[in-house]
Design a protein. Structure first.
Length: 182
């Protein structure tokens, strides 16, 4: 099924929806839309890093530290973040906190990024279970190890994830706490 994706005013960080289009139209035309990105961290502050399947429509086979995806027509970004975390990693009931919002664009993607972090507690959130069509493998990684791996430009990591993690780290270091709203 070709999902109906919300279209957003390009470059407008206010989150103004301007219409809807099918996922295939969004991808083929690189249309402006919104997407969520959830950084899953455990009690030891490790980050869950996964490798995307080779069949993903954008950035196949690359690593990513964020669970996320497009915001569907009529969907709230917070609910989209919860849905994507559950779909990709099988994780539910986590505390999800909005961190920042910014516009990301390259030759493959053009979206308003709603960035969240989530605190993982196994007894509350359930086990991490990969969606086979989206996640090939994954593991917990210390943030320092992730940053060191990202210093290698040849490590296959999604470009929007690199940009988002950089913004996330600058935001959290600058503010000292995570924002409770966008």
């Amino acid at each position: 099924m070709d999902e109906l994706v919300a279209l957003y005013a390009e470059g407008d960080s206010s989150g103004r929806v301007t219409g809807a289009a099918s996922r295939s139209e969004v991808r083929s035309g690189n249309l402006p839309h919104a997407a969520t990105a959830v950084l899953l961290r455990d009690a030891r502050d490790r980050v869950y890093v996964h490798r995307r399947t080779e069949t993903k429509d954008v950035y196949p086979g690359m690593h990513d530290a964020f669970a996320g995806g497009v915001v569907l027509a009529g969907e709230d970004p917070v609910e989209a973040a919860r849905r994507e975390l559950a779909e990709e990693l099988g994780v539910t009931n986590c505390d999800i906190r909005p961190c920042l919002r910014y516009w990301y664009a390259d030759s493959y993607a053009n979206y308003l990024a709603y960035v969240f972090d989530a605190r993982y507690e196994a007894d509350r959130c359930g086990p991490v279970v990969h969606q086979p069509s989206e996640v090939a493998a994954g593991r917990w990684m210390d943030l320092a190890e992730l940053i060191a791996r990202l210093a290698d430009p040849t490590w296959p990591f999604v470009p929007d994830g690199r940009a988002t993690l950089d913004r996330y780290l600058r935001h959290t270091r600058r503010s000292g706490v995570v924002s409770s709203h966008f």
